[in-house]
Design a protein around this ligand. Sequence first.
Ligand code: DOR
Ligand code: ZN
Length: 346
Amino acid sequence: MSTSLTITRPDDWHLHLRDGAVLRAVLPETARDFSRAIIMPNLVPPVVTGAEAASYRDRILSALPEGMTFEPLMTLYLTEDTDPADVALAAESGLVKAVKLYPAGATTNSASGVRDFDRVRPVLEKMAEIGLPLCVHGEVTDAEIDIFDREAVFIDRVLDPVRRATPGLRVVMEHITTKDGIDYVKSNDADLGGTITTHHLIINRNHILVGGIKPHYYCLPVAKREEHRLALRAAATSGDARFFLGTDSAPHTDENKESCCGCAGCFTATNTMALLAQVFEEDEALDKLEAFASKNGPAFYRLPENDGTITLVKSDTPTDFPEKIETGEGPVTVFDPGYPVYWSVA
Ligand code: DOR
Ligand code: ZN
């Protein structure tokens, strides 16, 4: 028996590609199945200006193997010194498709992020004026807030006040991990969208901690309770245009993951579309996969849908995905859902 599903070629609305040897190793894993991706700017040092984004885009394009096509959709890393005019210029030239907000200290390479939101008000106002989306890492960083509550608290303390203070600002609440995040996106208007990762549809916090600590399941925002995972599944598989795929595929070498202070990030670029096909099939929603992976994102970003298609095939025998991707800086472990996956991209 074999089943197949052909959909418009998907895009990834949240992706970490890094730079140098790691970039060269991981880029083909995304470009194989995806036409475009929103590229995260949290390099060391971060991609802050339009000129830095142009140079990073050139490095990405030079790392693309011959015969592959891929369009990196660049973002700027918002700092308290970001110049609204530079952002506007980079957006108007078509180079930059979004600005990324990391609360300072929230995650990997976020030290240059925002502490005082009053200081970025002029940038946010300029973005509202020109319709440039703000991609938000939605977690507070206060030491007294429990890490499992940081997303929900961020909505009340930061996201909602910032949106109210900046009418017309278009916001993507990225990698939503809670029912609170899903409900917040649903209760708002078309200026607010939300991305959901592949791994948060598959794991809850038990997967990280039960039966021994599993560093390859640790990411930020950290996976929450099962009820939250189920809320994410319901939103992703509903076809609701406000929710779209942002894998947050985030390569770290095994040495940096399997450590006494391991880095946050799940690397899902290699098997994301196969995993999603299985998730959507389990939820009897295969007919909604195209909306989630290929249609809702372009609609939010006001970009055309891709021309091509990909075909997903289900077979009787489990698909063999590579366990690791070699990078030259060390191996990166591919996300393992912990069960056999019968889908693959033809
Ligand atoms: O798990 C994560 N990894 N979450 C982030 O927000 C950053 C990312 C990374 O850059 O590794
Ligand atoms: Zn990310």
